[in-house]
Design a protein around this ligand. Structure first.
Ligand code: MN
Length: 424
């Protein structure tokens, strides 16, 4: 159902809502992403859809709402599809303006929160360029691990520190071992980094013991959000051997407020990465004709920085998700392939999205060659690692000549100083 183009994707379709005719809006009527908001000075959270400069309350089409969208994630593709058709009709038909306009609130008059309550969060590692760049930074002779091309590898993250866009990110304290020392210290991280990622929001779950086949995998995906996997590289370097990231990652993960559905992304589907002839072919349970031909998505992703000295945004990263070696469907199938149950609203990060050129690196670790080549900012500052009072915001959008451009909104985080609990 999320595969086919239909009238809701028609690039000539217009809406009566203000702001939808701006060619650069993230939220034309072809997008219709779901989120959770409240009006300024109200306490009640509502479920709505972003449209132009506004949010449309789902109550306007009699869809029930709570303070999160887990109910809608659980409902599955036929409900998502039917809601999208109703919303598209209500917001495009000029005749409905009179009845529907009372369900609109300007985006400038609302607060947004997490779209879903995620019970679990897993972060994958699906970009070969990111894997290659990070491995060779530390061991130029070392290849990417042999399992990378056989399965989408991952670590379990922490759902309790998933934060809505706009949250303050407190610099973590942690253990690190400096190269010039023989014992570790417990101090504020001196190498705080961002990671540009997308997050897959799980739809209907699976029963424990029942893997999700690659053919059914996309029916278990509610949609995609932006995700910043904040990372303390110095803590990570010391703690990760042999079990992988732990406290270097689980202090904060920022996601964007709007869930962009796979149906909205249908015009931007892309073939899976074509594997060079010396790469292994996928094991049968991780591949399908659909996944090879249309299982990936061409989504431009960017990271931007403002600092306490300059509020002119500086672009840190710009790449496309289409370069990643594994698709969302393959992530979901692999995650459940041992019988592990996914639940509606679970968050599955793609891992840092990097592309084949140095400008397409998705984090400072890669971009600065592990602090060896700091970035020169236009105002004269340098950055090899993020500093207190820096703000990092992620953006993503899709465009091609046959479709209306759609965007993901923003996932931002503002870094504040560590709260030092060490006895002085
Ligand atoms: Mn990550």
């Amino acid at each position: 159902m999320s595969l086919e183009l239909n009238q809701t994707h028609d690039p000539t379709l217009t809406s009566w809502v203000e702001g939808t005719d701006d060619p650069n809006t993230d939220f034309p009527i072809q997008n219709l992403p779901f989120g959770v908001y409240r009006k300024t000075n109200e306490t009640e959270w509502r479920c709505g859809v972003a449209i132009g400069n506004s949010v449309f309350d789902l109550a306007g089409i009699d869809a029930s709402g709570t303070d999160n969208l887990n109910w809608l994630a659980a409902a599955g593709p036929s409900t998502w599809h039917s809601l999208r058709r109703q919303l598209s009709a209500a917001l495009s038909d000029k005749g409905k303006e009179g009845r529907m306009s009372k369900f609109l609130t300007q985006l400038s008059e609302i607060e947004l929160t997490l779209p879903v309550q995620s019970r679990d969060y897993t972060d994958f590692f699906t970009s070969y360029d990111h894997a290659h760049n990070t491995v060779t930074l530390f061991r130029p002779d070392k290849p990417v691990s042999a399992n990378f091309k056989w399965m989408p590898i991952a670590y379990h993250g922490r759902a309790s520190s998933i934060m809505p866009s706009g949250s303050r990110i407190q610099r973590p304290l942690g253990q690190r071992l400096s190269p010039d020392r023989s014992i570790p210290v417990y101090e504020p991280s001196a190498f705080l980094d961002y990671e540009v990622e997308l997050g897959v929001i799980a739809g209907p779950g699976n029963t424990a013991g029942e893997p999700i086949s690659i053919e059914n995998s996309e029916d278990h995906i509610f949609g995609l959000v932006l995700l910043n996997d904040w990372s303390a590289r110095d803590i990570q370097g010391w703690e990760s051997d042999p079990l992988g990231p732990f406290l270097s990652k689980n202090f904060a993960t920022t996601i964007s407020p709007w869930v962009v559905t796979l149906e909205a992304l249908a015009p931007f589907r892309h073939p899976a990465v074509s594997r060079p002839s010396d790469d292994p072919q996928c094991l049968p349970h991780l591949t399908s004709e659909h996944n090879e031909l249309r299982g990936h998505f061409d989504i431009e992703v960017e990271a931007w920085l403002t600092t306490s000295m300059s509020d002119t945004p500086f672009r840190l990263s710009k790449t496309s998700y289409k370069h990643s070696y594994w698709t969302p469907a393959q992530m979901v199938t692999h995650h459940s392939s041992n019988g592990c149950p996914l639940n509606p609203g679970d968050l599955l990060g793609t891992g840092t999205i990097s592309g084949p050129t140095p400008e397409e690196t998705g984090c400072l670790l890669e971009r600065t060659y592990a602090k060896r080549k700091p970035i020169q900012l236009p105002g004269g500052e340098q950055r090899a690692a993020l500093e207190d009072n820096d703000t990092v915001f992620l953006k993503a959008y899709c465009k091609n000549p046959d479709a209306r451009r759609i965007g993901f909104g923003e996932a931002s985080g503002h870094i504040v100083a560590a709260r030092n609990i060490i006895a002085q």
